[in-house]
Design a protein around this ligand. Structure first.
Ligand SMILES: Cc1ncc(COP(=O)(O)O)c(C=O)c1O
Length: 462
């Protein structure tokens, strides 16, 4: 029985998907995708009526959960009636102005200027272009002088060429080389596999020394951007050690490099603040955001810049030479505005901060399992790392990861009605990042299913 709004039957949809739909990051040969037809709260339902707890919030992005379609849809409809499209190329329109003002008021410090795009990759792409052009506009230097960037190992920053070049996930980069010059990747803040006797302060010092060495090797006068997530997602929710952000900010100031915080995931409540940069006092010059800006009810992202970054572009003779047709789309902007209004009304930030300890305590029960080596993260943004040996922290081989993650764990979790991501872009982790409306009953359900599946996985391996 079809439960979609259209008259297309489930079998027909499966056939049509098989013949026409090209899925992202998917081995298409013989792949029969689950077809998700509806959602409510933290739950999804497929075309056969099977329910799933979405412990990944879509793609770390449906921050409000799936239950506000009616209200947000009404805002979209009203905007459609009033002005279905106009552009931010030279012109403005009310919703983009209101949304820019709202985002600026929520962003920390003097991050006051908002440039809209259609998603995360475009935001990251635009941040790097902005940094390149900033130094040209500010100092009158030639293009090609101060253009390089630094990002971190295994960090995911998107797939368009500029964003992919910042991306530190090697297998995603490989087929598209040569990439945009010139990015170097430094260590991320994964502490789990550092020497056990190393203190937090020593770890911070190691990371900052490496960053400074890299800047000096590349030539500080040639680098325009350091681009990092406040909490790195790929690899599994790496929170930075004490003193790290102060040090990164200090190095960027010392060598006259812009610091960009990639808040595509961490923005709009994932860690209980509108921006994680506020929680960790990162003081970025540029912030990129997307996903949670609209809870993914719309395709909209933004680059937010400080007054200092905007300043050289305020003269009558200089412009940021960049634009995208759908940037600031009025319907997308209306949806994002409504999303923010609902987040405030539902006290989402307070909800996340009030529940993060209970969430991490509940997930912490998984640490009793022999296969779970580490639980890390904060807010509603966690990862558990799977290990072969808890004592030595030995990780699984590539083949074991293939059997464990893709062969067993992913299908078993899905079968049990839990959507989360078993990922081995770094060491094997399960990522847990539910809608921000999740409560203790969802924490219990996901922990229960995960616990059963991980215990089974361990048995399979032995
Ligand atoms: C930190 C980060 N930056 C950028 C992106 C790219 O965003 P999009 O997929 O909307 O292009 C992502 C996507 O997951 C992300 O997690």
């Amino acid at each position: 029985m079809s439960i979609t709004q259209s008259a297309t039957s489930a079998d027909e949809l499966r056939r049509m998907a098989g013949e026409h739909l090209w899925l992202h990051f998917t081995n298409m040969g013989g792949h029969q995708p689950p077809i998700i037809a509806r959602g409510d709260g933290c739950y999804l339902e497929d075309i056969d009526g099977k329910r799933y707890l979405d412990a990944l919030a879509g793609l770390f992005s449906v921050n409000l959960g799936y239950g506000f379609g009616e209200e947000i849809g009404q805002a979209a409809l009203e905007q459609m009636r009033e002005l279905p499209f106009y552009t931010n190329w030279t012109y403005a329109h009310p919703r983009a102005i209101e949304l820019a003002t709202e985002v600026a008021s929520l962003a920390p410090g003097d991050l006051n200027r908002v440039f809209f795009v259609s998603g995360g990759s475009e935001a990251v792409e635009s941040a790097w272009k902005l940094a390149r052009q900033y130094f040209i506009a500010r100092d009158g230097i030639d293009p090609g002088q101060k253009y390089k960037a630094i990002a971190r190992d295994i960090a995911y920053h998107g797939t368009t060429f500029g964003a992919l070049s910042l991306n530190g996930v090697e297998p995603l980069r490989e087929p598209f080389k040569p990439l945009v010059p010139e990015v170097r990747h430094v260590s991320n803040t994964n502490r789990y596999h550092r020497p056990p006797e190393e203190t937090e302060a020593e770890f911070t010092a190691f990371l900052l020394e490496e960053l400074e060495r890299t800047i000096l090797e590349m030539g500080p006068e040639t680098i325009c951007l350091v681009h990092m997530e406040p909490i790195q997602n790929a690899g599994g929710s790496f929170v930075a050690p004490e003193g790290y952000w102060r040090g990164v900010r200090g190095l960027c100031d010392k060598y006259d490099i812009l610091l960009s915080a990639d808040e595509v995931i961490t923005g709009f409540g994932r860690v209980g603040h509108w921006f994680a940069s506020e929680r960790y006092d990162i003081r970025p010059d540029i912030v990129t955001c997307a996903k949670g800006l609209s809870s993914s009810y719309a395709a909209i992202g933004a680059v937010v810049a400080t007054d200092r970054v905007m300043e050289p572009f305020l003269s009558a003779s200089s412009m940021y030479t960049h634009g995208i047709t759908f940037g600031g789309h009025p319907v997308m902007s209306a949806i994002a505005l409504k999303n923010i209004e609902i987040m405030k009304r539902e006290r989402i930030m307070e909800h996340v901060l009030g529940n993060e300890d209970a969430f991490s305590r509940t997930l912490g029960q998984l640490l009793d399992l022999p296969i779970v080596g580490d639980l890390r993260g904060t807010g509603y943004f966690y990862a558990i790392e799977l290990v072969k040996d808890k004592e030595t922290r030995e990780t699984f081989s590539d083949e074991e990861c293939e059997t464990l993650l893709r062969g067993f764990l992913s299908p078993r979790l899905f079968e049990r009605g839990l959507i989360c991501r078993a990922d081995d872009r770094g060491d094997p982790v399960v990522q847990i990042s539910p809608p921000l409306v999740a409560t203790q009953s969802e924490f219990d359900e996901m922990t229960g299913i995960l616990g059963d599946a991980l215990a089974e996985a361990w048995e399979q391996l032995h």
